[in-house]
Design a protein around this ligand. Structure first.
Ligand code: FAD
Ligand code: EPU
Length: 352
């Protein structure tokens, strides 16, 4: 973490705090719980004002982005704050790059489409990921051979403890696979207000993820472009992932686990179809969807909680499931994978 950029003004902004608000429409699982208090903010001063008015410790505050990576397991006994910081602004430019500063409350996919329209390359493989810009560095979102860390330049975040806005550079964020400092050592300590991405004027096409090549061929694409890659990714994603508007879900519920090469050899001998990918550190990343499917969960349904019929890594709410129903199902899955393969799955979705 580097420079403190500014102190927030407390200017009697008279922020509206609502009581007992249903969060059903604020999470893509469609779980119906109440937030004791609910408020929206659109800049750092409003956030500071909210926290001053509220006087509660950070552990009783919770930031809502698009709600596409959370599982709400009970009524929230604190203040849920919807981040509505907006704006897309070019802040720097040279012959090769363009730095774009984006409000945390902007929709991620709409931002990707904005980049495609302007021919700014680097985020096309990340098309159609639900949620907002603010969570993209939290999670180091990734898909189809790309991750946010590849285009990340810096971010500004409000510190609950110092009550100041701080700047984080790429190194400060300690990005890993679906990981950053904001999920670990600085958990519940910062609110991300905006993110600056460094995009490329000359595209470096990335079709390393096999399914993209196949889809481009199917689309009859003769000349590669970021538009074509984006459309290919949109097509693949639409064909296999459930649309949260139709069936509640939060994408992959678990991470793909990493194991040693030695453990992989043992498992491979026992389960010849096991799916794993080589990692640069010599370890193997297993396809958790395969492990879960092999345990017989794919298409399983108990009440309104289920394991998706086409992607076993995605848990779904068919309508009236409670967060605890989904959580309990995830616990059963986790245990059966441990029993059959001796592999520990880790939840990717944030449990609230
Ligand atoms: P939320 O769910 O609102 O929040 C997630 C967490 O971050 C919460 O703990 C929240 O408190 C915290 N948070 C949110 N905003 C801020 C902020 N501004 N400051 C501090 N904390 C904050 N993810 C991938 O990486 N790759 C995929 O391919 C992918 N596919 C998906 C497909 C589907 C159908 C769905 C439903 C989800 C998918 N996801 C995927 C998961 C999800 O879209 C991402 O994790 C996304 O970045 C979450 O954004 P959000 O705004 O909805 O975050
Ligand atoms: N598989 C099965 N059965 C299943 C699902 C998957 O056997 O039911 C096996 C198949 O062999 C398949 C392999 O798993 O080839 C990988 O599946 P897929 O390509 O669907 O990707 P994934 O590993 O399940 C990851 C990310 C997704 C991301 C895609 C594409 C994680 C936890 N998930 O899924 O991210 O979109 O790759 O890059 O890393 C998310 O984070 O929410 C998310 C959806």
């Amino acid at each position: 973490m580097t420079v403190v950029t500014n102190f927030c003004k407390i200017a009697n902004l008279q922020m509206k705090i609502e009581q007992n608000i249903s969060l059903k429409s604020f999470n893509t699982f469609g779980i119906d719980v109440l937030a004791k208090e609910f408020a929206r903010f659109s800049n750092a001063d409003e956030l500071a004002e909210l926290l001053t008015t509220n006087h509660k410790p950070p552990t009783t505050n919770f930031i809502l982005g698009g709600g596409s990576n959370i599982l709400l397991t009970k009524d929230y006994d604190g203040l849920a704050m919807k981040n509505e910081v907006k704006g897309i602004q070019v802040v720097n430019e040279d012959a090769h790059h363009i730095d774009v500063r984006v409000g945390a409350g902007e929709n991620w996919h709409q931002f990707v489409m904005h980049c495609i329209q302007h021919n700014w390359a680097g985020v096309e493989n990340l098309s159609l990921i639900p949620g907002n810009v603010g969570a993209s560095p939290m999670q180091n979102i990734g898909a189809y051979g790309a991750e946010i860390k590849d285009v990340f330049y810096s971010l500004e975040a409000y510190s609950y403890t110092d009550k100041k806005v701080c700047t984080f550079t790429l190194n400060d964020c300690e990005f890993g696979y679906r990981e950053s400092v904001f999920k670990r050592k600085y958990k519940n300590q910062f609110v991300i207000l905006n993110v600056t991405y460094r995009l490329n004027k000359q595209p470096k096409f990335n079709t390393s993820y096999g399914a993209i090549e196949q889809e481009l061929e199917k689309m009859g694409v003769k000349e590669l472009s970021i538009q074509a890659i984006s459309q290919a990714v949109i097509n693949i994603r639409s064909s296999k992932l459930p649309d949260p508007k139709v069936i509640g879900n939060a994408g992959s519920f678990f991470k793909n686990p990493e194991i040693s090469n030695a453990q992989f050899s043992i498992l491979n001998a026992q389960f010849p179809g096991i799916v794993g990918y080589n990692l640069p550190n010599g370890n193997i990343k297993l396809a958790a969807g395969w492990l879960i499917e092999q345990c017989g969960w794919k298409g399983y349904r108990k009440g309104d909680a289920g394991c998706h019929t086409q992607q076993a890594l995605v848990l779904v709410n068919y309508g009236a499931a409670k967060g605890s129903d989904i959580y309990n199902l995830s616990e059963e899955i986790l245990q059966s994978v441990k029993e059959k393969f001796g592999v520990n799955l880790e939840r990717e979705v944030n449990i609230i």
